[in-house]
Design a protein around this ligand. Structure first.
Ligand SMILES: [Ca+2]
Length: 246
């Protein structure tokens, strides 16, 4: 490419603008203003006599030719002329006149990514993360559970000693008796803990949970804990809610 093809004088720009559609002229004028400011900001590139002229080269290379973000800037048809595209590119909403705004595809249906994949918005598109560990496929096509137990035999995955292991011992704070605070009953609180021969202290869980509303009468609360070889220990407690005495 010769330097001559890309050289531009203010005269060429004026001629091009005169025959251009009005919107085009406005955009070109804005681009010239930007290019002019760029030249002043980078004054070292030019002598003071040249500062009013745009830098030589591809006019789209500076500030996308003054076109809105995401809009195609195209050189030509005349040497030194350029134009902005008529519509926003795929993945953008709006118009070149009002500005092109990236569409956040992730807000609808996870951007088409599989539900186990993270959708990340990008300018003009989106990406889908890879699948979680132990899943085959990818976020675009889908994530598929891998069968880690071929032929249904997972016996080699059972931890050593699991057969003879004992379940955790679950201990609670004991039965609770409370007085109803309304027709709905009353809240009751209790605690539960678990000890295990293999794992030591384990988390214990209860349902209904401590702090829940219990109806008038007796309710059995189930508490349990599980150890690392899958043995479950259980116990219960009773919550009694009495009617208020008057
Ligand atoms: Ca996007």
């Amino acid at each position: 490419m010769s330097g001559r093809k890309y050289s531009r004088s203010p005269y060429v720009k004026i001629v091009v603008m005169r025959f251009a559609p009005r919107a085009w002229r406005l955009r070109s004028a804005a681009a010239i203003a930007v290019l002019g400011l760029s030249s002043l900001a980078a004054g070292a590139w030019y002598s003071s006599a040249q500062q009013a002229a745009a830098p030589a080269g591809n006019p789209c290379a500076v500030n996308n030719g003054g076109c809105a973000a995401g809009v195609t800037c195209q050189e030509g048809p005349a040497a030194g002329a350029w134009r902005c595209g008529d519509s926003c590119p795929p993945g953008f909403s709006g118009t070149p006149q009002t500005g092109c705004v990236d569409i956040n595809e992730c807000t609808v249906n996870n951007g088409g990514c599989h539900k186990l994949s993270a959708c990340r918005n990008t300018p003009g598109s989106r990406t889908c993360s890879s699948c979680p560990p132990d899943f085959a496929g990818d976020g675009y096509v889908g994530c598929f559970d891998v069968n880690e137990c071929p032929a249904g035999d997972c016996s080699d995955r059972i931890p050593a000693g699991a057969e003879k292991a004992t379940p955790p011992t679950v201990t609670t704070s004991g039965d609770v008796t409370v007085t109803a605070t309304s027709e709905a009953g009353a809240a009751a609180t209790f605690t539960a803990s678990a000890k295990d021969n293999i794992d030591g202290t384990r988390q214990a869980y209860c349902l209904p949970r401590s702090g829940a509303m219990f109806p008038i009468g007796k309710t059995t609360v189930n508490c349990w804990a599980i150890n690392s070889v899958g043995k479950i220990g259980r116990t219960t407690l009773t919550v009694t809610v009495n009617r208020p005495q008057f």
